[in-house]
Design a protein around this ligand. Structure first.
Ligand code: AMP
Length: 360
């Protein structure tokens, strides 16, 4: 039976089994039927599956979700799929980092760590489907009015990020629905870093009665506060230094909340002010030194609807979130680390802080 189950499945073989009984347990699936067969096998054994959907280019943010999933399930499935329908026509789908070998190695290291700690689940499957598998009928479209089978969650998907990226959440909801249907996980894991995504997925699970539990892991950051992101590799040194303005601005706003301020104006002005001052300072520098950016939004919103609020309701708390666009380098210097892509493309960064309820 086991041999039949493994038909069409590649076992990870990037390292030799280690001394302390470690053998890589990850199986790599590219198609749905073998994965379903394996999933049925786990079900019969009463094992639980936690799914971590990713687009690869894995970093500590992704890996922290994998660890969390392993502590709450016997088996972790990680999907790695750069989903074309969530990229707009002029976005970076073509150049999105693809680091398959490095990703697998990172997962193997985490799996080894999980095996050595004991008591935790293991990474048992990596699902890396082709686009024909994920979109079996029509070629996927990035056009706003493109045809296809989509999951659309409105108005949530039209706000904040959705206002700047009109097809983004349609693509996210659609690919997550497909993944949830394929894997049928007991639990799904998403990062707080993409707060609107977490709200949207919770809503989708609720409204479509999906039989899975949505679990959210905290945002992982660099020491200076920059939220980890697969896109940070595009920044290069100069833009990377200025990119911390987003987390710093949000922290300023959070400080106001911690001081007892509740009105929108009181909470947001220091964030807007810091962003404005920093943008003006960059404007004053010569093109050879500056890293310009635009603030797309700094938002104070209801945690369930993401509607903007005039004041924080102490029983609900609120979501402070922001997005900035680091502009391309204007005058790159010889020998300067410009990041992947030579500093020629704009890099959009998002971040958020949850303002937790202060009364029940
Ligand atoms: P992505 O590969 O960018 O689609 O992200 C896959 C998952 O990792 C999503 O649930 C993200 O929210 C999560 N994630 C990305 N960056 C971070 C981070 N810095 N901390 C925690 N989770 C993250």
């Amino acid at each position: 039976m086991a041999a039949r189950l493994l038909t069409g499945v590649r076992r990870l073989s990037t390292s030799a089994p280690a001394k302390h009984g470690f053998a890589p347990s990850m199986k790599i699936f590219r198609d749905v039927p073998p994965l379903r067969g394996y999933r049925r096998h786990l079900l019969r054994e009463s094992r639980s599956v936690g799914l971590v959907p990713t687009m690869g280019a894995l970093h500590e943010g992704h890996l922290s979700l994998v660890r969390q999933a392993a502590h709450e399930n016997t088996d972790v499935f990680v999907s790695i799929y750069v989903n074309p329908t969530q990229f707009g026509v002029s976005e970076d789908f073509g150049s999105y980092p693809k680091t398959w070998d490095a990703d697998l190695k990172k997962l193997e290291v985490v799996d080894r760590e999980l095996a050595s700690t004991g008591g935790a689940g293991r990474i048992s499957a990596v699902f890396t489907p082709t686009t024909t598998v994920m979109y079996p009928t029509l070629p996927p479209t990035s056009e706003v009015d493109g045809k296809g089978s989509f999951v659309i969650i409105t108005p949530l998907g039209e706000m904040l990020e959705g206002a700047s990226r009109p097809v983004f959440f349609r693509g996210v909801a659609t690919v997550c629905m497909k993944l949830f249907n394929i894997v049928t996980p007991e639990r799904v894991y998403f990062g707080q870093k993409d707060v609107q995504q977490t709200v949207l997925i919770r809503r989708m699970v609720k409204d479509f009665h999906l039989d899975t539990e949505v679990r959210i892991g905290p945002t992982k950051r660099e020491e200076d506060g920059l939220a980890l992101s697969s896109r940070n590799i595009y920044l290069g040194t100069r833009r990377r230094a200025v990119a911390t303005i987003l987390s710093q601005s949000l922290l300023r706003a959070e400080e106001q909340f911690k001081k007892g301020k509740r009105s929108r104006a009181d909470i947001l002005w220091p964030a807007n002010d810091l962003a404005l001052q920093t943008a003006m300072h960059q404007e004053e520098l010569p093109p050879s030194q500056r890293a310009r950016f635009e603030v797309d939004y700094i938002s104070l919103a209801d945690p369930d609807t993401l509607e903007e609020v005039d004041a924080v309701d102490e029983r609900k708390g609120a979501v402070l979130s922001g997005a900035i666009k680091m502009q391309p380098l204007e005058d790159p210097q010889h020998g300067e680390d410009r990041g992947i892509g030579g500093g020629e493309t704009a890099v959009r960064l998002i971040d958020n802080i949850i303002l937790h309820p202060t009364t029940t």
